[in-house]
Design a protein around this ligand. Structure first.
Ligand code: KG4
Ligand code: ZN
Length: 392
């Protein structure tokens, strides 16, 4: 089965094509267009700008993906029936840029050999999600290809099982032996600890009460006048502190909720603490630039230590076999090292499953993979809707 994955929940437009047959999986292509440069001047993602960029990039990326997989076939005579054009206009009534591009594309090319369309339905930014969903609905209708809406968080949860390399067949071994497991999803929009009893069997046991871990990296980076996205910027800045002499000023930030017995998080207080610390240093005429590597290092340690402590507590108390990570913050190498060390020391029998760095951020392959492993569920293109708050 050949699955087309479409992901537009935030600020990456991604198109992927997977082959999935009885747990054998091959990624034929995984394209990601990042909008970071567009949102950088605003210090965060601007939803309507994200929508516009998705609308501009979806069709060109799709075309490129088909071209790279030899699935793009020119029609001898360009054209599309009036009835179908009318329906497409209805589907894409609120997506003018996308509508024009799709019509032009469908006039020119034949239906490619794709058996299923898997699109991110939510959670995410509504205007961004709708671009991907309506794009998927339009081609599902026009070419009569089955469609299924996928939960973005479920994508992150299983991203660790994607084949390591493009164009290489791998066995996707998600057997019942892996479970129960603790899933930690840490991204720009979410911080959740899930008890995973199998594919589709999840129980939310803890989450952030305010900011997500990635959001905390992004917001504190801004306070330090570092670029968006803040996670990689803070990691890079923190690294500089390792090569410097120890700071004369003691910088200590809280580890919010680390000792509470629940599995919830709260990161907004950390952001406030950083704000006051920066103000305090300013008043003492200490240059931000000089002290910044230490601040970044302490912010990173604070977030990471809380994430690790809560996840390990959950893993121990629920007596799970594995800890599975997913989401953009998993790209943080200091976090991964801390996880490895702590699991090795405290819970040596528990397995630690992490995605390849290239699959930590948003990508359409993880969306297509979930459609593959979950099997036969299908939606109707007519009723499929984006759901910005869809809970896993
Ligand atoms: O999963 P993702 O790409 O998008 C969402 O679904 O939100 O996650 C993006 C988040 C951003 O907040 C970004 O700052 C964070 O992941 N991030 C990192 C690192 N790379 C990306 N956080 C910490 N360290 C990193 N190296
Ligand atoms: Zn994400």
């Amino acid at each position: 089965m050949r699955i087309l994955g479409i992901e537009t929940s935030c600020d990456e437009t991604s198109i992927s094509i997977l082959e999935f047959n009885q747990n054998q999986c091959k990624i034929l292509v995984n394209l990601i267009y990042s909008q970071i440069a567009i949102h950088q001047p605003y210090g965060g993602v601007v939803p309507n700008l994200a929508k516009r960029e998705h609308q501009k990039k979806l069709v060109p990326l799709f075309k490129l993906a088909l071209k790279q997989t030899n699935l793009l076939k020119n029609k001898k005579i360009n054209g599309i029936s009036k009835n179908k054009e009318k329906e497409l206009n209805e589907i894409l009534i609120k997506d003018e840029i996308l509508r024009k591009k799709i019509l032009e594309f469908l006039k020119k090319y034949f239906k490619p050999k794709i058996d299923l369309i898997a699109v991110t339905k939510g959670p995410g930014l509504a205007p961004a999600l709708w671009s991907g969903v309506n794009f998927a609905r339009a081609i599902s209708f026009y070419w009569d290809i089955p469609i299924v809406g996928i939960n973005h968080l479920e994508g992150h949860l299983f991203s660790a099982f994607l084949p390591k390399k493009i164009d290489q067949k791998e066995k996707i071994d998600i057997s019942s032996d892996l479970f129960p497991a603790i899933g930690l999803i840490i991204s720009g929009g979410h911080t959740q600890i899930l008890l995973v009893n199998g594919i589709g069997k999840y129980r939310l046991i803890g989450e952030t009460r305010d900011d997500a871990a990635g959001e905390c990296f992004d917001k504190t980076a801004r306070l330090l006048r570092l670029d968006y996205p803040g996670g990689p910027a803070i990691a890079k800045e923190a690294l500089k502190s390792k090569k410097m002499v120890k700071s004369a000023i003691e910088i200590k930030l809280p580890r919010p909720m680390i000792n509470q017995k629940n599995y919830d998080f709260s990161f907004s207080g950390l952001k406030t603490a950083v704000f006051y610390l920066v103000e305090h240093l300013k008043k003492q005429n200490i240059s931000l630039k000089e002290i910044r590597p230490y601040l970044a290092n302490e912010i990173q340690n604070s977030i990471n230590e809380v994430l690790v402590a809560k996840t390990l507590r959950a893993a121990k108390n629920f007596k799970v076999k594995n800890v599975i990570l997913g989401g953009g913050v998993v790209a943080n190498e200091v976090l991964l090292n801390l996880f490895e060390k702590e699991i090795h020391e405290k819970l040596p029998k528990i397995g630690f499953i992490v995605p390849e760095k290239k699959y930590t951020g948003d990508n359409a392959s993880m969306i297509a993979l979930v459609a593959g492993i979950k099997g036969s569920k299908r939606d109707n293109w007519r009723n499929l809707q984006a759901d910005a708050n869809w809970q896993l």
